[in-house]
Design a protein around this ligand. Sequence first.
Ligand SMILES: Cc1cc2nc3c(=O)[nH]c(=O)nc-3n(C[C@H](O)[C@H](O)[C@H](O)COP(=O)(O)OP(=O)(O)OC[C@H]3O[C@@H](n4cnc5c(N)ncnc54)[C@H](O)[C@@H]3O)c2cc1C
Ligand code: FES
Length: 367
Amino acid sequence: MIVVIVNTVLIVSGISGLLALLLVIADMLFANYGECKININGKKELNLKGGSSLLTLLNESGIYLASACGGRGSCGFCKCKITQGGGPLLPTEKPFLNKTEINNQIRLSCQVKVKEDISIEIPEDIFNIRKFKARVTDIKDLTYDIKELTLQLIKPDSIDFKPGQYIQLEAPPYEKSKQPVSRAYSISNAPFEKDFIQLIIRLVPDGLCTTYVFEYLQVNDIVNVTGPFGDFYIRDTQADMLFIAGGSGKAPIKSMLEYLVKNKSRRKMVYMFGAQTKKDLYYTALLEKYEKELLDFTYVPVLSKPTQECEWEGKCGYIPPYFPEYIKDPKNTEAYLCGSPGMIAAVIKGLKENGVPEDKIYYDSFA
Ligand SMILES: Cc1cc2nc3c(=O)[nH]c(=O)nc-3n(C[C@H](O)[C@H](O)[C@H](O)COP(=O)(O)OP(=O)(O)OC[C@H]3O[C@@H](n4cnc5c(N)ncnc54)[C@H](O)[C@@H]3O)c2cc1C
Ligand code: FES
């Protein structure tokens, strides 16, 4: 009897899965949604051929919503308010939206297929985001798995950004990816000279964009970047600053520090950088220079797995146990964090336990 029930369930779910797949294929091959209107903020109207995602159609019209995953539905960055049209909320959107956002008609624009006229609301500053053509002028190894890229902007030839913001780099189709892929990378230089940007990129094994950068990208190549995006930037207060990063998370922090050095900031700053071994450390000389140039800046590298070869006499283990030593006035401390989601979660927990207010903790998670 049980065997019959299990078989029936398997057959029914198999048939429903097949039907769903056939519907998706039929939709891709035969559906024609004709021309659809996208009304933006009640002011601007685009007439476009329906059938693609809202994110794609906006991109094609030169309006760039944030996206760190290139439309795969895995970053949750491409939120936008849809006041009319857009169809029902999809299961793929739900994990990224809280109740308030759902009640406020917020959707993931990469998941919403435009099949009818649609009205959306987006912040006005999104119209300042541009797609740039840039020439790779330098590729430098910072460690065995981290590279620094310098990109000279060609068209447009200058960018305005806040230290800490990121761009999206597009890797063109290549051997390992039939489609172009776009990924988020923080700008690592400060915005004093506006005609170039630098990025710090860590190789993710089998990652589509980073493999392209590490194995295919050459000096003089032309790439597309879109930006700037993000709300990870320095708050203009006099509070103490605690920077915490791991791996390529040094990128936005370097931009912020460069900016603070140039502006002769007098704020108290501590920078704790987590790495496994000494060969994962980089920019050490630069950070020691900043220690001399800034009034009150301490750089604290912490190694979680130092080997004998490291001959390491500095801090070992994880970062949070050192908080009592470096956070002198927790209520008056702003924390700027950048790194993997796991590291960010552990650090936020430690900061809260040490009295840093949650609303003074800012972060970019390199998910
Ligand atoms: C706001 C923001 C800023 C970022 N800034 C930087 C930066 O300055 N420098 C930088 O190097 N990266 C940065 N990232 C991460 C970057 O966007 C990519 O996710 C990363 O480079 C991997 O892209 P990929 O195409 O090579 O890998 P994918 O093809 O996307 O992924 C391949 C596999 O690796 C996993 N994976 C994806 N990312 C990581 C990761 N970081 N570590 C381990 N596994 C991973 C995926 O789940 C997948 O299974 C940032 C991310 C965000 C959201
Ligand atoms: S672009 Fe990443 S979830 Fe939509």
